[in-house]
Ligand binder design. Structure first.
Ligand code: BGC
Length: 760
């Protein structure tokens, strides 16, 4: 491609660059040598459809490695392995000459019901942001672009193409946008994909605040914004708002609308130039990638998929060290998922895997004759058959093998038909038939290991009755071997939960506000998303955010923390592998200010590290909490503010397993806010200039032992102070017994404003 700019192009040509040629490619302009480039899904492997394309994944796509979807990979809490997986996806994309992989998806898991949770990392924005950035870095390291999606507040599938996510400014910034901000700033994705939904009543595909003020002006994004497939409502408004590329093709209809709008003067030509220039820039970047020859090293990528899947598995429970299994134990493997694995979710991310490992085969490769198998229940067409005589027979067979075994390993999970892009679940229960098999097995053999396959969280009403539980999520094509690796101890599990496992769906913060009605979903829980809610309410959970066990044990030394010159806090501690196996621990740092002007969760995750430790090894671990991550979004001044004061840093093995705490003093940001006659006495009292004057002038009234009518009605001075703190200063003038005039107060306010000090 020759060096091009939008100024070389006709109006029609510029417009043509702002929408797709077909389902997956951009338009070429041969006259000036601009080629077409291809984008494909994503995110956990390549879904490049071969031959003629369709949107629903019906047309076969080329075989590609199916790595663990984000629900699994996220549990690794390990940017390093996510980056390696990203690089491998980048290689596969390069071999297929794909310019942009449509991912990662980093939307917050607001409700466990969201049908697409398997494609997202976490209920926490720092986790989503750090892991999303790793994925972008990995893919882009191969000269292949990414598309950070779905921007923004797309946290459900129900009515996803129309509903408005109604979110208050603080949760929007602190929870739903924070991860996007981090990925944009840290990893510079080539493209960002706007979502289908509306945000606070405005289509995200035509929201100038979201696509330009926030994304570009605040965060410095300089790539291209692409629509989700079919997300465009009003193309002219979209271009004006900062939506550069519409996908897929519109058959030229919307290009013509843009041309007409420019000619009619309703769209500045320079705005269209900018969108076209970004499209040209994307093509230029794609053109800089050196050609990569195939064939794909299928074995190497499968091995990476297996390693990544092993790293994703979460050992939820392991009483009396029931796991790992020994090769000479008699094992009853029960559950159709052992032979028909669920390893990915349905929809646009569906990969055509190069191969698929089955847990039963892999277990037999180790345990041989010692493995007996019973399906327990049937998986038919992705659905688990739940009734009839057949079910009873299958159950009886399962009971038979379990009774004769040392340990029964039950593969339970969600049928594929229950979770997918495009719709949400309406409950979080495992199928009753599977629970019935579990109950029947427990009656004959209490030594039970449950291995779960599910893209979204499920309730675990049996958690107290089953000694060992493995959450294996959806693990990609090598999930079967990775599960065998963990069950037999070739891999020591190290994954931890990036989302809470609640006792009941009803406990979830979005309950009652999900999925909304009549085109609106109100994010009524505000900031208290996920563990923030369960902790704030002191609710019992089945397994807390950040939880995950190992076959070894880890001891945490006491933590020390130091605030660096730029305000970042470095936390240091020794972590020891105190058991007799090599292992890996996810060390977490949760932070909370001791006092705050605003609502805060009891603690929020701000840093984590995945630390590999040989048996007996002690290592000095260092984690950095960024100063900016201490900030809340201040709606008074519309910006991030770090509060001054003491902050507690909890170093923890999970959100509910705090091992060491340390406190640091933080110098915060000043908030300059003009005082007015309606500012409260409290506002003035905390003002460095006005405060002492007010204290002196109003001492009696404020509880300094004065003898006013107001003071006599309050129980004591402290109560009086509290009441008066919210009293507007202007209304004090002329109060009987108060020696201040309206003019004096005005002067005081003016003097304080002239001084320019902060009020908090
Ligand atoms: C999905 C996107 C996907 C796109 C292209 C949309 O329906 O929401 O995540 O990248 O289709 O397949």
């Amino acid at each position: 491609m020759t060096e091009n700019s939008a100024s070389d192009l006709t109006l029609e040509e510029k417009a043509s660059l702002t929408s797709g040629a077909d389902f997956w490619t951009t338009k070429a302009i041969d006259r000036v040598g601009i080629p077409s480039v291809m984008m494909t899904d994503g995110p956990h492997g390549l879904r490049k459809q071969s031959g003629s394309t369709d949107h629903l994944g019906l047309a076969a796509s080329v075989p590609a490695t199916c790595f663990p979807p984000a629900v699994g990979l996220g549990s690794s809490f390990d940017p390093e392995i996510i980056e390696r997986v990203g690089a491998a996806i980048g290689v596969e994309a390069a071999i297929e000459d794909v310019a942009v992989v449509l991912g990662p998806g980093i939307n917050i898991k607001r409700s466990p019901l969201c049908g697409r949770n398997f494609e997202y990392f976490s209920e926490d924005p720092i986790v989503s942001g750090i892991l999303g950035a790793a994925s972008v870095r990995g893919i882009q390291s191969q000269g292949v672009g990414t598309s950070l999606k779905h921007f923004a507040a797309n946290n459900q599938e129900f009515d996803r193409m129309r509903a408005s996510s109604d979110v208050d400014p603080r949760p929007l910034r602190e929870i739903y946008l924070r991860g996007f901000e981090r990925v944009v700033k840290d990893a510079a994705p080539w493209t960002v994909m706007c979502s289908y939904n509306k945000l606070n009543g405005v289509w995200t595909s035509e929201d100038p605040w979201l696509l330009t003020s926030v994304l570009r002006d605040d965060w410095g994004f300089d790539g291209l914004v692409v629509s989700d497939w079919g997300a465009v409502n009003d193309r002219v408004a979209g271009v004006a708002a900062g939506l550069d590329l519409e996908m897929p093709a519109s058959g030229g209809r919307t290009d013509a609308q843009l041309v007409a709008a420019v000619r009619a003067g309703t769209l500045e030509e320079s705005v269209l130039d900018t969108a076209a220039a970004r499209a040209i820039d994307l093509v230029r970047k794609a053109g800089e990638r050196p050609a990569v020859d195939g064939p794909l090293d299928v074995d190497a990528h499968h091995a990476l998929a297996r390693e990544a899947a092993g790293r994703s598995i979460v050992l939820l429970k392991n009483d009396d060290a029931l796991l790992p299994l020994a090769a000479d134990q008699r094992i009853a493997v029960i559950g159709a998922f052992a032979t028909e694995p669920r390893f990915q979710g349905a929809g646009s991310s569906l990969i055509n895997p190069t191969r698929v490992d089955k847990a039963l085969d892999e277990l037999r490769a180790v345990g041989g004759e010692n493995i007996a198998y019973a399906a327990g229940f049937a998986v038919e067409g992705g659905a688990v058959a739940a009734s009839g005589r057949k079910a009873e027979e299958l159950r009886a067979e399962a009971v038979g093998v379990a009774a004769a075994a040392d340990v029964a390993v039950l593969f339970l999970g969600l049928p594929a038909v229950e979770e997918s892009e495009g719709f949400d679940r309406d409950h979080i229960d495992l199928p009753a038939e599977q629970l019935a098999v579990l109950d029947a097995v427990l009656e004959v053999n209490p030594r039970v290991v449950v291995v779960l396959s599910n893209g979204g969280v499920v309730a675990l009403p049996f958690a107290d009755r089953v000694p060992a539980i493995i959450e294996s999520w959806l693990l990609g094509q090598a999930g079967g071997s990775a599960v065998a690796d963990v069950l037999y101890g070739a891999v020591n599990p190290s994954g931890k939960l990036t989302e809470t496992v609640p006792v009941r769906l009803e406990d979830n913060p979005s309950f009652g506000n999900f999925p909304g009605e009549f085109g609106h979903v109100r994010y009524g829980e505000g900031l208290l998303v996920g563990y923030r809610w369960y902790d704030a309410k002191g609710l019992e959970v089945t397994f807390p955010f950040g939880h995950g066990l190992s076959y070894t044990t880890f001891e945490y030394g006491s933590a020390a923390a130091e605030v660096g010159a730029g305000g970042d806090i470095t936390v240091r501690l020794d972590v020891t592998n105190s058991g007799d196996r090599d292992g890996r621990e996810i060390v977490q740092v949760y932070v909370a200010p001791e006092k705050s002007l605003v609502q805060r969760a009891p603690r929020e995750l701000k840093a984590f590290a995945s630390v590999a430790l040989a048996a007996g090894e002690t290592r000095a671990v260092e984690l950095v909490v960024r100063r900016e991550d201490l900030a809340y979004w201040d709606v008074r001044v519309d910006r991030w503010v770090v509060e001054s004061g003491s902050y507690t840093l909890d170093v923890a093995a999970s959100s509910r397993d705090i091992r060491s705490s340390v406190t640091v003093g933080v110098e915060g940001d000043e908030v300059h806010q003009e005082l007015t006659m309606n500012s409260s006495i409290g506002d003035l009292m905390s003002h460095p200039v006005a405060g002492p004057i007010v204290q002196q002038a109003l001492g009696g009234l404020l509880g300094g032992g004065g003898d006013t009518a107001a003071a006599s009605m309050m129980p004591n001075d402290e109560a009086m102070q509290k009441m008066m703190a919210s009293f507007p200063i202007g209304r004090l003038a002329g109060f009987p017994g108060l020696p201040v005039t309206f003019e004096q107060i005005e002067q005081l306010v003016a003097a304080a404003n002239a001084d320019g000090h902060a009020v908090d």
